[in-house]
Design a protein around this ligand. Structure first.
Ligand code: MTE
Length: 326
């Protein structure tokens, strides 16, 4: 999903590499000031290994592996190799390419606080370990389908997002929850790239957030989740394209306004608020009919709602409305 301005002579949509994002012209002009050419491309950012912080061992490590939830004990596919799932990542805060896992080790994940604000009974900020210990931890095997047409199947640990919404005590008038990732360009050099609308934000309706499949992730493969996969707290909404699953979250804001998310803000013509997986609705520049299983040579058909339709299709009353699938 790197940013590049499309030129007329470039490949047609059908031949485009999915891992490219093109700025819409308006945003390009805004950020380029009308003159400069942004050679963002797959810009390899300085690896700040030396900035790696000596964070203490994860204080919740003894909670893993969490008990498997039998409802989600498998996802109809072989698990992705752990090394592949933890070394092939999207985390633009650390670079606009897939090999960010080393750079992400610079993120200090303790101390870490999470704020609940907006339309809640009472705004509060809690320490991540207090939050994790207050939640019913379990393990779920989920598929993950990136909008770039790659996919993985992994055992996440964490807790239902419904439990987090309960904990936050939103007002009944709140209709959405907006999630926000940390912001610290000192450790995350990608955040120095001013043309991105930092911080990374995402949003769900309250009905989506309290659906049984929406899951807050704190662990992966029976251990605390690694930084590159979104430590210490990320979202997993596997019926939606992967960009909805925000990483390293610090704030949940309850609101009655539909939140504007990071990618929607950057390229709203390509990435919408709903972003439900649908093989029949192509991305403007590539097909979504199939997906590549990372770590294998397999290319398999994509399923509507990434196979979670039974649990989530009722959230979207009019499935012929293409708006739900961008
Ligand atoms: N969250 C933040 N904060 N920054 C990101 O760049 N990338 C998203 C999502 N969450 C992203 C993010 C995208 S595009 C995908 S596909 C998934 O994270 C990738 O998750 P993984 O690296 O654990 O596979």
């Amino acid at each position: 999903m790197w940013i590049k301005r499309r030129k007329d002579w470039e490949l047609p949509e059908s031949a485009a590499t999915p891992e490219h994002v093109y700025l819409n012209r308006r945003r390009f002009m805004q950020i380029a000031g009308g003159g400069a050419v942004i050679g963002a491309g797959a810009l390899v950012l300085p690896q700040r290994m030396q900035a790696q912080t000596e964070t203490p061992p994860d204080p919740t490590a003894e909670l893993y592996p969490a008990a498997p939830n039998p409802e989600f004990a498998e996802a109809g596919r072989a698990l992705t190799d752990e090394e592949v799932a933890t070394t092939y990542n999207n985390f633009y805060e650390f670079g606009s390419h897939k090999q960010i896992w080393r750079a992400a080790q610079a993120l200090p994940t303790r101390p870490w606080t999470v704020t609940f604000d907006g339309m809640v009974e009472e705004e509060r900020t809690v320490d991540i370990d207090t939050l994790i210990r207050a939640m019913p931890l379990e393990e779920r095997v989920y598929r993950h389908r990136c909008v770039e047409a790659w996919a993985m199947t992994v055992p996440w640990s964490g807790f239902p997002m419904a439990a987090l919404v309960d904990y936050a005590r939103p007002l009944s008038s709140a209709r959405y929850v907006r999630m926000q990732t940390f912001e610290d360009a000192e450790v995350a050099p990608g955040q120095e790239q001013f043309w991105y609308p930092w911080p990374y934000t995402e949003g769900l309706t309250i009905a989506e957030a309290t659906n049984e499949v929406a899951f807050m992730v704190t662990g992966l493969y029976g251990r605390p989740v690694p930084r590159q996969n979104g430590a210490p707290l990320r979202l997993a909404v596997p019926w939606k394209y992967g960009f909805k699953s925000a990483k390293s979250i610090v704030r949940f804001t309850f609101t009655d306004q539909q939140p504007l998310s990071f990618w929607e803000n950057l390229a709203g013509n390509e990435y919408g608020f709903w972003a439900n997986v649908n093989p029949e609705v192509p991305h403007p520049r590539w097909s979504q009919a199939t997906e590549r299983l990372i770590g294998t040579n397999d290319e398999v058909p994509t399923q509507i709602f990434n196979g979670y339709g039974e649990q989530v299709a009722h959230l979207y009353p009019d499935l012929s409305d293409e708006r739900y699938f961008h």
